[in-house]
Design a binder for this molecule. Structure first.
Ligand code: HXC
Length: 511
């Protein structure tokens, strides 16, 4: 019979081997390719010494195609829980050193187990992906595993924040778990996502493209909008995940953490009195405005490279998290198009799921005209912003800094779509359309001189905030320098907001 000492030694040796995943040679290979191992990533992400690993000794039970000789403890997933800034999170990471991190039936069960725990405990879950996809030797069992993960992603959506970090390959159906989560992080030149890889693309469409060009971080951050954040390195990316979580509550029944600030809530923003140019068609950078008003100039931008005509991201006002949605006059005049609509609508819905008030900063000339936009469904996509704003029951505060024209006026959190407080600067222009366009439609046959006069008259009548204020569509006209203070006052007023809507299973957002 084994002595107690032998049993301890046996355990320690088993544990040491399990910690090596697919073995030292494969760990070395992972390092040589410039990547951390799954456990290194988790330990970098979490507060020091807080990771508790579960299911470390799980092994698969497949014996097809020689798999009985390829059994490693843990089976390609490292999972468990730990802390970020002292708050509980659940985490799982694909271990590329074991069968290329491919998904087996067994390690899918491991993933589903932590997904269910995260949901039950009301804590965020972070998935770190680095995988060759379905474990080919297991066939349909592996596909079933993906299905179970997608199911749990969907059930958890809107209850706990779900974050995906792509740190290697993520191909085929494996892309759909990240796609079902709230935020996707990628690492520059190290991570790739595609439904079908370059070889299949070549066979089917004859396009020649490499992995980076097809589904690298910059493609997904700027073109497809699949990725919300891109880190320079793995460490940098994991630090961004920590920062994102600092803005979020752990679940849908909590509020985001309060982070005390030395930044005075009544601080004047004198710079803003000069920011909006005299000339209405001249651009200015809305990010300067955002940074000027938020606590400690700290704005955590989401989707920074995608649809830059609209800006979304998190900040704090007097210690409390807000979601900011802002038109960007410095990029395509801040016009609303399909991508901007999708970007804003998804962000608004995320904020609403997690009790984060929404601040809208508006300077928008309208929706982008043209066949490309119409044929690709700007009507369908633009409707998402309206839907998202109306549906959002969190406090909603709007500031019209300059242009608020036409349909874009209505959709950008106007009084009519349920905003709680609407401010306008004296420079605001709230009208159906710009004066020249209006006169060209109404008085087509006037001489140039007559047109000039009529444009001036139209501008005098509508290119200001007073008509809207007379009708109560703007609650208050404020000086730009008062913006921070006014927003904080409004948020304070609206913090216990209750709104009732008819009971329903769920609405039918135009997708
Ligand atoms: C089983 C796999 C695997 C997989 C990789 N491996 N992918 N084992 N199933 N899907 C194994 C390799 O055999 C190898 O084992 C080890 O992992 C490392 O792989 P390498 O190819 O040596 O690494 P690298 O050169 O870095 O290339 C990584 C890779 C490549 C780009 C991911 O392995 C690859 O293309 N794999 C297949 C990807 C794929 O087509 N997956 C789709 C599966 S179908 P040894 O023992 O030799 O070290 C799918 C559908 C899901 O995912 C649908 C869900 C709804």
């Amino acid at each position: 019979m084994e002595s107690k000492q032998q049993k301890v030694e046996e355990f320690l040796e088993k544990d040491r081997l399990a910690s090596l995943g697919g073995g030292q040679a494969r760990i070395d290979k992972q390092h040589e390719s410039g990547k951390m191992t799954a456990r290194e990533r988790i330990n970098t992400l979490l507060d020091p010494n807080t990771f508790v690993e579960i299911d470390k000794f799980i092994v698969h039970n497949c014996s097809n195609f020689g798999m009985d000789t390829k059994r490693f403890d843990g089976d390609g997933i490292v999972s468990g829980y730990g802390k970020i800034d002292g708050r509980l999170v659940f985490v799982y990471a694909y271990d590329f050193t074991i069968c290329g991190g491919s998904l087996s039936r067994t390690n899918a069960n491991k993933i589903v187990k932590v997904q269910k725990m995260a949901l039950k405990m009301g804590a965020p879950i972070i998935a770190i992906n680095d995988s060759g996809g379905a474990r080919i030797q297991e066939g349909i069992s592996s596909l079933a595993g993906y299905g179970d993960i997608f199911y749990q992603n969907t059930i958890s959506s809107g209850v706990i924040p779900q974050i995906s970090v792509i740190m290697g390959p993520c191909a085929g159906g494996a892309c759909y778990s990240p796609a079902l989560t709230d935020y996707i992080f990628m690492v520059k030149e190290k991570s790739h996502m595609f439904v079908t890889g370059p070889d299949v693309v070549k066979t089917v469409t004859n396009e020649v493209v490499d992995k980076e060009g097809l589904g690298g971080a910059s493609v997904h951050a700027a073109k497809s909008g699949v990725a919300h954040f891109v880190g320079e390195t793995e460490e940098d990316t994991l630090m961004m995940v920590r920062e994102l979580l600092s803005f979020l509550p752990s679940n849908n029944i909590e509020d985001a953490p309060f982070i005390p600030t030395q930044d005075n809530p009544t601080r004047n923003n004198e710079k803003l009195d000069e920011l909006i140019p005299e000339e209405p068609s001249k651009p200015y950078d809305m990010k300067q405005l955002i940074e000027e008003i938020v606590d400690d100039r700290n704005f955590f931008e989401v989707h920074a490279a995608f649809a830059q005509n609209i800006i979304v991201g998190f900040a704090r006002l007097d210690g409390r998290t807000v979601g900011i949605v802002a038109d960007q006059p410095a990029y395509q005049a801040g016009v609303l198009d399909i991508d901007a609509s999708d970007k804003a609508a998804r962000f608004i819905r995320f904020c609403d799921c997690f009790n984060i008030p929404i601040i809208t900063l508006e300077d928008v000339p309208g929706f982008l005209p043209g066949c490309t936009q119409e044929h690709n469904g700007i009507i369908r996509h633009g409707a998402k912003i309206v839907y998202a704003y109306v549906e959002a029951s969190v406090p909603k505060i709007t500031v019209i800094t300059r242009k608020a024209y036409g349909g874009a006026y209505i959709v950008m959190s106007s009084k009519h779509t349920g905003a709680d407080i609407n401010f306008a600067y004296p420079s605001a222009e709230i009208a159906v359309m710009g004066a020249e366009g209006a006169v060209n439609i109404l008085y087509r046959n006037l001489t140039d001189d007559e047109k000039k006069k009529t444009v001036a008259e139209y501008e005098k009548t509508f290119s200001n905030p007073y008509r809207a204020a007379e009708l109560g569509y703007v609650d208050e006209i404020i000086m730009p320098s008062q913006t921070r203070m006014k927003l904080i006052q409004a948020l304070d007023m609206a913090q216990n907001k209750v709104r009732s809507t008819p009971a329903k299973k769920h609405g039918n957002i135009p997708l």
